[in-house]
Write a protein of this length. Structure first.
Length: 186
């Protein structure tokens, strides 16, 4: 079964497979009505389809059937250099095969299709972050460990500032409620 481009009708299944991926990474995806799923719906709808910088492939999903696998590629922009003069790179993400469909080559076909799409738009430097389960698939497709190790930093969001209270100038001369004519303290 060959990968095909994802369509907006695939979004519920893309979200389900995202939850499968999170669970495989040891992250509890939470209930079906978890807030991240609504955000993911909007996120996928904005990216599936005609965007020239994003490509999402799926396997399966004939009418009434679940998707078996999915993966995405997008264009990232970095500083130009002598080897990659326009600074563009490809990034693969969200590659997941549903547990009952694993071991049939779906993930590898997704990876190969995404790399071919990037190659077709002139991007020849492709990056990804590999889970332990995915690493053999990526190595078989020709990926190697990056020259520079990845690093992460997670910062705490800053709480929104409290709205300013009324200043002394705002409250000067307002002893009581305004009268019907709008005169303070009337």
């Amino acid at each position: 079964m060959q990968p095909r481009p994802a369509e907006p009708a695939d979004v519920p299944e893309l979200i389900r497979l995202r939850a499968v991926a999170l669970d495989a990474l040891g992250i509890d995806p939470g209930p079906a009505d978890a807030a991240w799923r609504q955000v993911a719906r909007t996120w996928f709808l904005e990216r599936v389809g005609e965007r020239p910088d994003v490509h999402c492939l799926v396997v399966g999903g004939a009418p009434g059937e679940p998707l078996l696998a999915t993966g995405m590629a997008w264009v990232t922009h970095h500083l130009p250099g002598p080897r990659w003069t326009d600074g563009r790179r490809g990034y693969l993400d969200g590659i997941v095969t549903d547990a009952p469909a694993r071991g049939r080559g779906h993930g590898r076909r997704i990876v190969d299709g995404l790399v071919a799409w990037l190659d077709g738009i002139g991007i020849h430097y492709v990056q990804l972050h590999a889970s332990p389960d995915g690493e053999p698939v990526y190595r078989a497709a020709g990926f190697t460990a990056g020259r520079y190790p990845g690093m992460d930093l997670f910062t705490a969001p800053t709480p929104p500032a409290a709205p300013p209270g009324p200043s002394a100038a705002d409250t000067a001369g307002t002893v009581g409620a305004a009268d019907p004519a709008g005169v303070p303290g009337g």
